[in-house]
Design a protein around this ligand. Structure first.
Ligand code: ADP
Length: 464
């Protein structure tokens, strides 16, 4: 099959979250399964200079022979950030991504060979399935092309005022409750869901959750209508990058058989975070975007209880100003137990995965989550809330006995979090059993190969 990924971010060219990891890794696995892949993304400043393909796009490659095209427009994309600064989104995001979607389709025509599947990702590419069903419906170039739309995070929908609708350049008739309209606004996520041939999301549990009122962010009805062509496919982890035996960000390396180095990493971690270097105190790590989704509010509500326990906590993240301030405040208030670094730092993130004993991820919701999978690979036991991809990847040690690889909050509450932390601290004190748990956790694999096979099934279903 000839497959093109169209997405707003791809590792290693530009990344703000898990979307980039998926769009940079899945194509490699699909290529390994024998398919022909291309990728199209915007030419942001962070991408740097690339060779020109034509006046519409420049070009790079990845994998064995995947062409990566970067749509050019200095006014729209040559900016410090991808979507906006920490205070707010760029005000012309609708113009930017409408332009991107239209140019991406035009570029496919420039390239010349029709593709079987256009795989779109999140609201930034939601207009593409619409364009293919409306103005381009009879274009012979796209006649055999099917669209798959992946929802990476339903909470970010690409909502714009209805006055902006004409900028999309599609028929006004589509601005209705069943198609592009969402409570008097333009909704580009809804557009992608409604108009694509197949919708996927990034874990089986999240696929179920987004069809409910509680988690559907207002789109549950639309998603229920699509349920015969809606699948939850768990993201994989790139184990070539996330491997404590070969990780260049940590020194020394370690394996599940020889974990002595984990002690050294714990000391280094305590040093980086300026915490007392006590070897037998359990260290809880957090790496993530500082936003509502990641459960920082629950940590704030639980902080007094947490700090009464014999534990240390280290946080790495950037995001909403209020959470950045909160973490800095807690670091000052509990200098011997709590320390946060408010920055984006790959090295330190690896040090946390390697050096912490537990990984804290009490997300309010979590479409898939990569961080808990990474933590498992590094023998850092995850403590997670019972939502989305966290349920699909972490099984509580008490309810799953031998299969258990972490701790799942019994309820999303202060008592739920403290109870899970207490169980973790208890497990930590039983050295031999805890050691078995670490070995077990490190053996877990969520491979892209398995996920890629599921995506191929979806693509084939679209074409049948
Ligand atoms: P999301 O996609 O919701 O941001 P995921 O858990 O799926 O969350 O992926 C987050 C990825 O970003 C992980 O690889 C994590 O290590 C990385 N990450 C998040 N914040 C930081 C940070 N401040 N510094 C370095 N890496 C980070």
């Amino acid at each position: 099959m000839r497959i093109v990924f169209i997405a707003s971010e791809i590792v290693s060219f530009a990344k703000t979250g898990g979307l980039a990891d998926v769009c940079g890794t899945l194509p490699l696995e699909l290529e390994a399964l024998g398919h022909e892949l291309m990728i199209i993304m915007p030419h942001y400043r962070v991408v740097g200079n690339k060779a020109f393909f034509n006046d519409r796009a420049s070009l790079s490659t990845m994998g064995r022979g995947i062409k990566v095209f970067f749509i050019e427009n200095k006014d729209f994309f040559d900016r410090p950030q991808l979507y906006g600064d920490s205070a707010k989104d760029y005000p012309d995001n609708l113009d930017r991504f409408t332009f991107f979607c239209r140019e991406a389709l035009q570029l496919l025509k420039d390239i010349g060979d029709p593709v079987d599947i256009i795989h779109c990702h999140d609201w930034q590419t939601g207009l593409i399935p619409v364009l293919l069903k409306d103005p381009l419906a009879n274009d012979p170039f796209f006649i055999r092309t099917k669209t798959v739309f992946t929802v990476h995070n339903l909470a970010y929908q690409g909502l714009f005022s209805m006055e902006a609708y004409p900028k999309l350049g599609v028929d006004i008739k589509l601005f209705n409750d069943h198609q592009l309209e969402f409570y008097d606004k333009v909704n580009l996520m809804k557009a992608g869901i409604v108009f694509s041939d197949y919708v996927t999301t990034v874990s089986p549990q999240y696929a179920r959750e987004i069809q409910t009122k509680e988690w559907g962010c207002g789109l549950e009805g639309v998603l229920q209508t699509k349920r015969s062509c809606l699948a939850g496919i768990l993201n994989g982890l790139d184990y070539r990058i996330w491997d404590p035996e070969q990780d260049e960000h940590i020194d020394p390396p370690y394996s599940s058989q020889d974990r002595l180095a984990k002690k050294i990493h714990k000391e280094k971690l305590q040093k980086i975070f300026g915490l007392p270097q006590i070897s037998d105190i359990p260290v809880f790590g957090f790496v993530g975007r500082l936003c509502y989704q990641k459960g920082i509010d629950l940590i704030e509500s639980s902080i007094e209880g947490l700090m009464q326990r014999p534990i240390q906590m280290v946080f790495l993240g950037v995001g909403d100003d209020k959470y950045q301030k909160l973490l800095k405040h807690l670091s000052r208030r509990y200098p011997h137990q709590f320390s946060a670094l408010v920055k984006d730092n790959e090295d330190i993130s690896h040090q946390i995965y390697a050096g912490a004993d537990f990984f804290l991820m009490p997300s309010v919701y979590e479409p898939c989550g990569l961080a808990q999978m990474i933590a498992l690979r590094y023998g850092t036991i995850p403590i997670v809330s019972a939502v989305g991809g966290l349920i699909d990847t972490v099984a509580d040690v008490s309810s799953h006995r031998k299969q258990g690889n972490g701790f799942v909050l019994s309820s999303y509450s202060v008592s739920g979090l403290l109870e899970a932390v207490d169980r973790a601290v208890g497990a930590y004190s039983k050295k031999e059993k805890f050691s078995e748990l670490i070995v077990h956790a490190m053996a877990y694999r969520f491979t892209w190969k398995e996920s890629a096979k599921h995506y191929i099934e979806v693509y084939e279903q679209c074409r049948s």
